[in-house]
Design a protein around this ligand. Structure first.
Ligand code: FEO
Length: 172
């Protein structure tokens, strides 16, 4: 049975992951309407991953005998000025998510909950790649500037991203 302090932070993380999905959907819609179909695809896949992240924590809560707590998912930013802004927000958001996950790891350690600590480590490690990818995309878009040929190439590259369930072979 989970301690309330643990089920609270895990439930909050379900909400945060679903918020992330919603944020990436707003960005994806912006990119689609701006003509960047590849960027839109990359962000849509990102949103699907966030839903998988949140759902996996939700399932873990139930498996540990805890009742998830539900709360409003706040409205994310819906207007953007450029693809550069989108990737800058992506990096800042992923850095924020890393802080949330580190906090869960700290609470788990404090509560001597090794199972939760072990569970959340997958997420903590995943953030290394999440931040690195966002940083790389932001750097690329800044280097490209308004070179339309290079922008087109990047958009084509991002069109190739495909969603694969990160937990397909895992149990909660
Ligand atoms: Fe659920 Fe983008 O980390």
């Amino acid at each position: 049975m989970l301690k309330t302090s643990i089920s609270t932070v895990l439930s909050e993380q379900v909400n945060a992951e679903y918020y992330s999905a919603y944020l990436y959907l707003t960005m994806s819609a912006y990119a689609d309407r701006a003509g960047f179909k590849g960027v839109a695809n990359w962000l849509f896949v990102q949103a699907q991953e966030e839903l998988a992240h949140g759902t996996h924590i939700y399932q873990h809560l139930l498996e540990r005998g805890a009742m998830p707590t539900f709360a409003d998912i706040k409205l994310p930013q819906t207007e953007f000025k450029s693809i550069e802004e989108v990737f800058a927000k992506t990096l800042a958001h992923e850095q924020h998510v890393t802080e949330l996950l580190n906090n869960i790891a700290s609470v788990a350690m404090r509560e001597n909950d090794h199972a939760t600590y072990n569970f959340i480590l997958w997420y903590v490690n995943e953030q290394i790649e999440e931040e690195a990818t966002a940083d790389e995309l932001l750097t690329k878009i800044r280097l490209i500037g308004d070179n339309s040929a290079l922008l087109y190439n990047l958009d084509t590259e991002l069109a190739a991203r495909v969603f694969t369930d990160p937990f397909a072979n895992k149990t909660a």
